[in-house]
Ligand binder design. Structure first.
Ligand SMILES: Nc1ncnc2c1ncn2[C@@H]1O[C@H](COP(=O)(O)OP(=O)(O)OP(=O)(O)O)[C@@H](O)[C@H]1O
Ligand SMILES: [Mg+2]
Length: 452
C-alpha cells in the first residue's frame, strides 16, 4: 500500500467548479473553462511510496500548493480521491480528518509559521500540545527533534533571536516532533539564502536516511528538486506532465516544457557514479601471479588493472612495469605488488564529488558497494561526457569508425586514456604507464567531439 495515493484529482476554484471539472473531463482546456473557475489542479494521479521523497515542481501558479494542501485535507478536491495510508481523506468526517492530520501528516511551511512569544522549545512542542500530550513528554520529544535539526542549546530562545535558517530548523523540528509518517513541505527552504538552503537540503537528506519518512516536497528550484527527490513530478498549468526519477527527467524529458525546464540544471549534482559506471575491461584475480596478470592486461591493452578476490572485493591495483620486474625475479604471487585503492567511491556519489578522486586515480575510478565489492568503473572520459548536455554527440570527424569511438567511452580504451592522464600523479609508481598505441587517440578525439 502506498503512503499517499491520488487518483484523478481536480481542484477548481470558483462557483461553478463541478461544471468546470465535467468540461475538463470531456476534453476542454484550462482556458476554455476559465469563465467557470480557476482550474488549479487537473486530473492529478500519482502514488508516493513509504519512505520516498517525492518532489513536486513547476512554475509559479502551476498548482503545487493547491495539490499539497489537498494531501492533508486543508483543501477538498473538487473531484477525485486522495488516500493517506489507505484511508480516503476526501471521504471522512471533520473529526477523522483532524485525527489524520494529527497522527499521520505534518506540514512545514515556507514562512516558518512560528509563534513569536513562545520559546524555541515550546514552538517545537506546539503540535504535541494540541494533541494533548503531557508536558514532560512533549518537551522531551521536542528537545529531541531540536537536537536532530542541530538546535540543541537554543531551546529557551525566542524565534526573533534566531536567523532565518534556524527558524526553519524550528519549523522542521516541530514537524519531526509530531512524529508523523508523512511530512509535507511547501517551499520550505525557499526563503533561505543559498548557502543555508544547501545546508538544510543536506540535513534533510541525512535526517531522511535515518528516519525514513514519506516526504512530499514542493519547490520551483530544479537543483533542489533533483538533489532531494527520489522522484519528481513536474506540473504545468495544473497538470502533472511527468513523474520520474531525476535522471529520467534529465535524459528523457516528456515534452519540450520539461526539456526547457531541465536545460540549466547542475548535472554534476544529479548524476551519480552508479548511473554511468561500466564494466571494467579487465580485472586480475587476487590469487593470480604476475605472469597471469600481465597476460590478461596485455590482451586488454591496459597498463594497470584492479585486483579482486573471488567475492569481487576490491584489493587495489597492479601496474605492468612492476609486474614485469617481479616476473623477472621469479615471483609467482601478487603479494607486495597490489597498491591499495583509496579513491573508490560508492554508487550514490554525485558526479561533482568524483572529479577529485578521478584525478588522483591512475585507473578509471572504481565504484564499490558497502562491502567493498567492485561494482564497476567510471572512466574519466565518461565524467567529462556526462557534463555535456544530453544532445546526441556528433560523430567524431577524426575517428575512422564512429562506433568504435562511442564504444571506447565505456570500455577498455577509456582505461587507457584515464590511466595515461593520471600518469603524472605525484605518487605514480616507477616508470609511467606503458603507452598504448592506436585507440587512445581515438578516444580523446571522440571525447572532444562529444563535448563540443
Ligand atoms: N484560494 C484560491 N482561490 C482562487 N484561486 C486560487 C486559490 N488558491 C490558488 N488559486 C489559483 O490556483 C492556481 C494555482 O495556485 P497555487 O498556489 O497552487 O500555485 P503554486 O504552483 O503553488 O504557485 P507558487 O509557486 O507561486 O506558490 C493559481 O492560478 C492561483 O491563482
Ligand atoms: Mg505555492
Amino acid at each position: 500500500m502506498s503512503a499517499i495515493s491520488a487518483q484523478h484529482v481536480y481542484k477548481v476554484f470558483g462557483r461553478r467548479s463541478q461544471e468546470a471539472v465535467k468540461r475538463l473531463q470531456s476534453g476542454q482546456s484550462r482556458d476554455e473553462v476559465k469563465p467557470l473557475g480557476t482550474a488549479a489542479v487537473i486530473d492529478a494521479s500519482f502514488e508516493v511510496e513509504k519512505g520516498e521523497t517525492f518532489v513536486v515542481m513547476g512554475l509559479s501558479g502551476s498548482g503545487k500548493s493547491t495539490l499539497i494542501r489537498m494531501l492533508n485535507g486543508l483543501l477538498q478536491p473538487t473531484a477525485g480521491s486522495i488516500a493517506i495510508d489507505g484511508t480516503d481523506i476526501s471521504d471522512v468526517s471533520p473529526a477523522q480528518l483532524r485525527e489524520i492530520r494529527r497522527s499521520k501528516v505534518s506540514m512545514v511551511f515556507q514562512h516558518f509559521a512560528l509563534l513569536p512569544h513562545r520559546s524555541v522549545l515550546d514552538n517545537a512542542a506546539y503540535p504535541l500540545e494540541i494533541q494533548g500530550v503531557a508536558r514532560e513528554e512533549r518537551r522531551a520529544r521536542a528537545a529531541e527533534a531540536l537536537t536532530m535539526t542541530g538546535l540543541a542549546g537554543w531551546e529557551d530562545h525566542l524565534p526573533s533571536q534566531l536567523s532565518g535558517g534556524m527558524r526553519q530548523r524550528v519549523g522542521l523540528a516541530r514537524a519531526l516532533a509530531a512524529d508523523t509518517d508523512v511530512l509535507l513541505m511547501d517551499e520550505a527552504f525557499s526563503a533561505l539564502d543559498p548557502l543555508i538552503r544547501r545546508e538544510m537540503q543536506d540535513q534533510l537528506v541525512e535526517l531522511q536516511a535515518n528516519l525514513g519518512k514519506t516526504i512530499v516536497f514542493i519547490t520551483h528550484d530544479l537543483n533542489e528538486a533533483m538533489h532531494l527527490g527520489d522522484r519528481i513530478a513536474v506540473m504545468r498549468d495544473g497538470r502533472i506532465v511527468q513523474v520520474d526519477t531525476a535522471e529520467k527527467i534529465l535524459s528523457e524529458p516528456a515534452d519540450d516544457y520539461v526539456a526547457r525546464f531541465v536545460a540549466d540544471v547542475d548535472r554534476s549534482r544529479v548524476l551519480t557514479a552508479g548511473s554511468f559506471m561500466s564494466r571494467p575491461v579487465v580485472t586480475v584475480p587476487r590469487n593470480a601471479g604476475p605472469a597471469v596478470a600481465l597476460r590478461e592486461m596485455r590482451a586488454a591493452q591496459v597498463s594497470a588493472a584492479y585486483v579482486v578476490d573471488r567475492r569481487r572485493v576490491l584489493h587495489g591495483s597492479v601496474h605492468d612495469d612492476e609486474l614485469v620486474a617481479a616476473q623477472r625475479q621469479g615471483t609467482d604471487t601478487l603479494d607486495g605488488l597490489v597498491h591499495p585503492d583509496h579513491s573508490a567511491v560508492g554508487p550514490d556519489t554525485p558526479l561533482s564529488e568524483m572529479f577529485a578522486p578521478a584525478a588522483e586515480s591512475r585507473l578509471p575510478l572504481a565504484v564499490v558497494d558497502d562491502g567493498g565489492r567492485l561494482l564497476g568503473v567510471v572512466p574519466r572520459v565518461a565524467l567529462l561526457e556526462a557534463m555535456a548536455p544530453s544532445t546526441p554527440s556528433p560523430a567524431s570527424p577524426a575517428s575512422p569508425d564512429p562506433a568504435e569511438g562511442a564504444d571506447a567511452g565505456t570500455d577498455g580504451s577509456a582505461d587507457e586514456a584515464a590511466s595515461q592522464a593520471g600518469g603524472d600523479h605525484p605518487v605514480a609508481h616507477g616508470a609511467s604507464a606503458v603507452p598504448t598505441e592506436g585507440r587512445t587517440d581515438d578516444v580523446r578525439v571522440s571525447t572532444e567531439g562529444g563535448l563540443r
